[in-house]
Design a protein around this ligand. Structure first.
Ligand code: HEM
Ligand code: NAG
Ligand code: NAG
Ligand code: NAG
Ligand code: NAG
Ligand code: NAG
Length: 390
């Protein structure tokens, strides 16, 4: 059944583009995925062409210390408004993030949509203009053509309940505090755990090396804390996986590439100052989805946490298991994408339907060939069957 949809959909798409008036495409940009780069070795970052420049009043910054740092050094546009291709390029150049991982994250940031309880509301980016804000709403990023997704302009990656979610490391849960900007009190907690569980170093000090053990204990403590403090806690499988993934990002992307260790001082440069430390080198091999997936499993293994959400009484209720090839992928790419993309035409349709590069790259996030597509067919009524049967 799923296969039939797969074969019919290009025809439906061709018919719909035939009837699209050209004017609707005015200003639209076809999303480009850069080729896989061969420039993926160790190197000192930043180079002379990318000094730190503090963000000005109009510049967007948000909940991601990696993207904030890249924008502060001009690897991303300094105003914090970026295209899919710019994000893939910049995360490789600055951090040696592997092509498909960067593509999946950038693609999701572009098209992400609120969890059901927050709808209707804002998209993350504008997949018609190929622009997303690494902070909040921006006058550079208007509503989608024909306001097919409602009247609100895209909210950027800061908007709660899409990519941004609960149990972050250095940002508070949206329901109880500032979910966008760096929070000293939470970071102090991370430093405390580093001191207690971290490794010793003759150069940076005893208890100064941030390890998997530190993240195992810190992430679990943050979860327990939020479960008590945040009655509205939402920790569904997509967010849970991303939040542990972000802990794995810290260990794998912030570490000094020369020896792969991460000192507390280096971590502070990224989190506190959002700048590359002096004499820092990016990792020596591309950091891939598999690497981060292994990191997530390692961190979770010490204190397993299952997906769920707090009920009205603040009791954590586990989610029913999702019988799909990849629950995180399904939760993020299918359950959290707007069904209104089904109504897309022209350039927007090309950017969000099957066969488009965003969808192709994102699809690889699902193990094997069972990914399903972020397409308007998948987003239609048969989406679950399609995901399971392919
Ligand atoms: C490729 C595109 C990327 C996108 C779209 C992206 C987006 C985001 C978003 C939306 C968050 C907030 C999630 C939350 O609620 O905690 C976040 C957090 C985070 N990101 Fe990124 N990110 C990207 C790349 C990177 C890279 C390259 C790094 C590291 C070098 C990185 C490191 C982190 C870390 C450590 C956090 C967690 C912050 C915290 O919990 O306090 N990200 N990212
Ligand atoms: C991204 O990098 C590729 C080379 O890997 C380059 O050809 C392309 O122009 C870059 N794109 C942008 C938007 O900088
Ligand atoms: C660091 O720990 C070692 C033992 O692991 C100890 O000998 C040394 O004195 C400690 N250094 C400092 C500065 O506390
Ligand atoms: C952050 O910046 C401040 C002010 O420039 C500086 O004093 C501090 O050492 C920096 N911290 C880190 C960890 O780089
Ligand atoms: C990274 O490692 C190299 C080689 O050990 C060292 O010279 C450099 O100072 C380190 N950089 C940071 C930021 O720790
Ligand atoms: C598609 O557009 C039609 C007509 O405007 C509307 O009734 C329908 O709700 C839209 N579908 C979605 C999924 O937004």
């Amino acid at each position: 059944m799923g296969r039939i949809v797969l074969w019919i959909s290009p025809l439906l798409w061709a018919l719909s583009t035939l009837t699209t008036p050209a004017a609707a495409d005015s200003g639209g940009v076809i999303i480009v995925v850069p080729p896989v780069s061969t420039d993926t070795g160790i190197k000192q970052i930043p180079d002379a062409a990318h000094p730190y420049v503090a963000p000005g009043p109009g510049d967007q910054r948000g909940p991601c210390p990696g993207l904030n740092t890249l924008a502060n050094h001009g690897y991303l546009p300094h105003n914090g408004i970026a295209s899919f291709e710019q994000i893939v390029n910049a995360t490789r150049e600055g951090f040696n993030m592997e092509h498909d991982l960067a593509g999946a994250l950038a693609g999701f940031a572009m098209v992400e949509y609120p969890i059901p309880s927050l709808r209707p509301a804002f998209n993350g980016g504008n997949a018609f203009l190929d622009l997303v804000s690494i902070g909040g709403t921006s006058s550079w990023i208007p509503v989608l053509p024909g306001a097919i997704d409602g009247p609100n302009p895209p909210g950027g990656i800061s908007k709660h309940g899409r990519f941004e979610g609960d149990v972050s490391m250095t940002r508070q849960d949206a329901a109880i505090g500032d979910n966008v900007n760096f929070q000293n009190s939470l970071y102090d907690e991370l430093l405390l755990y580093t001191g207690r569980f971290g490794d010793d170093s003759p150069i940076t000090g005893n208890g100064s090396i941030v390890t998997t053990k530190v993240m195992q204990e810190f992430k679990y403590a943050r979860f327990l804390e939020d479960q008590v403090q945040n009655k509205a806690l939402q920790y569904h499988v997509g967010r849970l996986t991303l939040s542990y993934g972000e802990a794995a990002f810290v260990l794998n992307f912030f570490a000094n590439g020369t020896d792969g260790t991460l000192s507390q001082q280096t971590m502070g440069s990224f989190f506190r100052n959002q700048t590359f430390p002096a004499n820092w080198h990016r990792r020596s091999t591309p950091g891939s989805i598999n690497l981060i997936g292994t990191g997530v499993n390692d961190i979770l293994s010490a204190h397993p946490v299952s997906p769920g959400a707090n009920d009205a009484n603040g009791v954590y209720v586990l989610d029913a298991p999702l019988n799909v090839c990849s629950p995180p992928y399904y939760n993020l790419a299918v359950q959290n994408l707007p069904a209104s993309y089904n109504n897309a035409t022209g350039i927007l349709a090309q950017n969000v339907i099957e066969g488009n590069e965003i969808t192709t790259v994102s699809r690889r996030a699902c193990a094997g060939s069972k990914g399903g597509y972020v397409s308007r067919d998948v987003l239609g009524a048969n989406q679950e069957m399609y995901m399971i049967s392919l």
